[in-house]
Write a protein of this length. Structure first.
Length: 55
């Protein structure tokens, strides 16, 4: 993973909880967000691994 990945992940998680507490993300629930993030991460890993195997 990229060196900035964990820092960016923590910033996104913190921003999500802050905005959720402020009531600005009432339409985006955690039970929808987390599975979506896992799916996106899996797709990105597959794409990266596929690209690396071609080189």
């Amino acid at each position: 993973m990229r060196p900035w990945f964990w820092g960016a992940a923590l910033v996104l998680i913190g921003a999500y909880y802050l905005l959720q507490n402020l009531g600005l993300l009432s339409w985006l629930r955690g039970d929808v967000l987390w599975p979506s993030l896992v799916i996106v991460l899996g797709v990105l890993l597959l794409i990266r691994r596929g690209r690396d195997s071609w080189h």
